[in-house]
Design a protein around this ligand. Structure first.
Ligand code: HEC
Length: 119
């Protein structure tokens, strides 16, 4: 008996089906991340490709002013708060009008680093 000529086709079909499964699972995962980004609230996870500068442009400048140099809310540029203090305020917000939960939990550190890098 020679090789069964059907085998390579079955292999390729198997690969194709595997790929479809992989892509749909991957898509679901991305969907979760995108909705987390839009939710503005609790239970937000890490946003893929989080970019602190554009995130701040979208979510912070309305109160903290262009370039975060101060507006209705205090300037973040040149802050003398420590990284821990910044993280706490951004995560929990304040009674003084800073809303908590804007930045996804997993991206807090990056946001803090970004603020501390501003001059
Ligand atoms: C709805 C308006 C508003 C938005 C949007 C907002 N903030 Fe604030 N933020 C405030 C106010 C008001 C304060 C002052 C709170 C206080 O003194 O209790 C504040 C305070 C802060 C502080 C403490 C600064 C200090 O010197 O006391 C940090 C850090 C901060 N915000 C970061 C951010 C970041 C990062 C974003 C974007 C993800 C953001 N804020 C979005 C209103 C806002």
């Amino acid at each position: 008996m020679g090789k069964n000529p059907i085998v390579p086709f079955l292999l390729i079909m198997g690969l194709g089906i595997g790929l479809i499964f992989f892509m749909s699972l991957y898509g679901l995962d991305q969907k979760a991340e995108i909705s987390a980004e839009n939710e503005d609230g609790e239970d937000v996870e890490e946003v893929e490709d989080f970019d602190a500068a554009s995130f701040a442009d979208a979510k912070c400048v309305s109160c903290h002013g262009g370039n975060l140099e101060g507006g209705a809310a205090p300037a973040l540029v040149g802050t003398d708060m420590s990284a821990d203090e910044l993280e706490e305020v951004i995560r929990d917000g304040t009674d003084g009008g800073m809303p908590g939960g804007l930045v996804p939990e997993g991206d807090l550190e990056e946001m803090v680093d970004y603020i501390l890098s501003l001059e």
